[in-house]
Design a protein around this ligand. Sequence first.
Ligand code: DMJ
Length: 735
Amino acid sequence: MENLTNCYEGLQPAVCRACLLATGATPGRRPGGEVLPREGPAARPSGGGGLDALDPDPQPRTPGGGEVWLLSGAAPGGWTGAAGAMPVGGLLPLFSSPAGGGLGGGLGGRKGSGPAAFRLTEKFVLLLVFSAFITLCFGAIFFLPDSSKLLSGVLFHSSPALQPPADHKPGPGARAEDAAEGRARHRDLAAPGDPAAALEDNLARIRENHERALREAKETLQKLPEEIQRDILLEKEKVAQDQLRDKAAFRGLPDLDFVPPIGVENREPADAAVREKRAKIKEMMEHAWKNYKRYAWGLNELKPISKEGHSSSLFGNIKGATIVDALDTLFIMGMKNEFQEAKSWIEKNLDFNVNAEVSVFEVNIRFVGGLLSAYYLSGEEIFRTKAVELGIKLLPAFQTPSGIPWALLNMKSGIGRNWPWASGGSSILAEFGTLHLEFMHLSHLSGNPIFAKKVMNIRKVLNKLEKPEGLYPNYLNPSSGQWGQHHVSVGGLGDSFYEYLLKAWLMSDKTDLEAKKMYFDAVQAIETHLIRKSSGGLTYIAEWKGGLLEHKMGHLTCFAGGMFALGADGAPEDLAQHYLELGAEIARTCHESYNRTFMKLGPEAFRFDGGVEAIATRQNEKYYILRPEVIETYMYMWRLTHDPQYRKWAWEAAEALENHCRVKGGYSGLRDVYFIHENYDDVQQSFFLAETLKYLYLIFSDDDLLPLEHWIFNTEAHPLPILRTDKKEVEIKEK
Ligand code: DMJ
């Protein structure tokens, strides 16, 4: 009676019924359900037409009416003699005939007989029916819209490199790179060859693919005819662009008169103490570079403790992130041999034809930005060629209904998608909003307006949208062109979007008035809704979640001090002094976040609630990964005010880096800046060479090294020249 007991405990009705029938037991009442019929199905007349018509005494349904029992009216009860073995035919009501001569009926009539008793023709018919059924089911998959995606998502595994950082949704204050790092770290933790971990990883990946395929299938099913039409047009445009890409590659780039850059002479500072400090910063760069070269040459980053390469999934299979990111720092520090070895590695090895997903944002700011700067500083054609080649590779990311690019792109197939953790399949403001500077330069250097068109379209989409309280949410859906969650941040997920509005205006020689207006409107809304002062007098920028403030500021947010100060000059209504002061206040707050730690280096995020100010309270916010933002703000504040305090603070940071992050094999991030012992994260981030050391070097150099009147730094600190309207500095001539 065990089977019968199970029936009462919520077993699948079909299974229960099978149990009952197989045991010949009397059905009873299901908990809260209906009374199961007392007579055995064998007592009923067999056969029927449709599902219910098959059985003149239809079998019971669930209270919700959703359950349809698949037992045919044909005599499963007659199988009691078969010791509980359920003949397949008994489960096929669809095939029974009114006369009982169909499969179900026919089989039902064989009381006391087993499958072995089938006639050969019956076996054959049975086989035929089954093959037809299976073929039908399989065929149906192909009739579903976008079945290829469904199949690839559900049935086929993709390589691990293609996988998104699904197990790590970055909290506010973190950004895409952290998410990806999260997954990478998760992998690192699993012992190599650990089958349980591998299985778990595989299952997670399958689940992830499955969910994505279902989501995509659902989206396609919901599409209106106009949307489908639009998709077709997009597809056509993609083909056209592919052709253009091939053509461009074939034709080569237009001739260009390279004008030697302004402000790259490496003059020694007059003051001996400053000179000494600057020399020390250069020595730090030499240490970072030398170890990268020794242990991780050609790979993306260095693991300074393990003394081996580190590969972040942000770059897919593109290699050499540190080399490209460091080029301009090597150049301005006068490290000529190192610059040459980097250049020849790029000539021989830098390859973008990778069959793996990359972060469009990261590849743009580090690789495109790094190559562009290297070109503008050195005039070496290889850097222009590579930058444009890479820019072309990124174009398919814009193939979305709104033109807002995907976050992730497979550079070989041109297929894009978004981070799975991003609100409702959205793209991220700080990612698609941080392409403008590089793409304007790509058009300038290639003579092809396509890059500029793509980023100007992003702006068009943004300008059409209603902004909650004048603020820009971090998430925007590229299919609908509408905002996702109303979360606003000047730190992770939002930060460099604001930076690029200001710099777009400056880089256009102050002609891009639309960007200027967008920037100052946004800053005004940020001041009203996000900027607060603590009871201890520290000004901070909180995060906004659908109208509620989270009193926390990320290390990333600290770049904003420099941004406010840089924009002060163009501020409307005599607000110049106000914005300069705001920059100074943010610099002071961020300095406090460093000063209140044991290591004298700032945490990833610090809070202004629960009785603390500028201190991280959560363990997972106490790390420092060699980030530049605080030093970046010191650099702008120094250049714009010459207040010696900024050099002093910058030097404190340099000393802290030497005392706590320098190891024999390079420089490492720290897991807890409040702890008295260094707990290394074992990564020398490429932005340490591109940004942290470059900003330090500039702070201890004279202002005529990369002067702000001529250069704009992209968000990875790669200098790009201001595009003069009279076009005297750089001229493009079509061949
Ligand atoms: C860099 O890659 C860039 O500065 C980016 O805008 C923010 N994150 C890192 C450094 O922290």
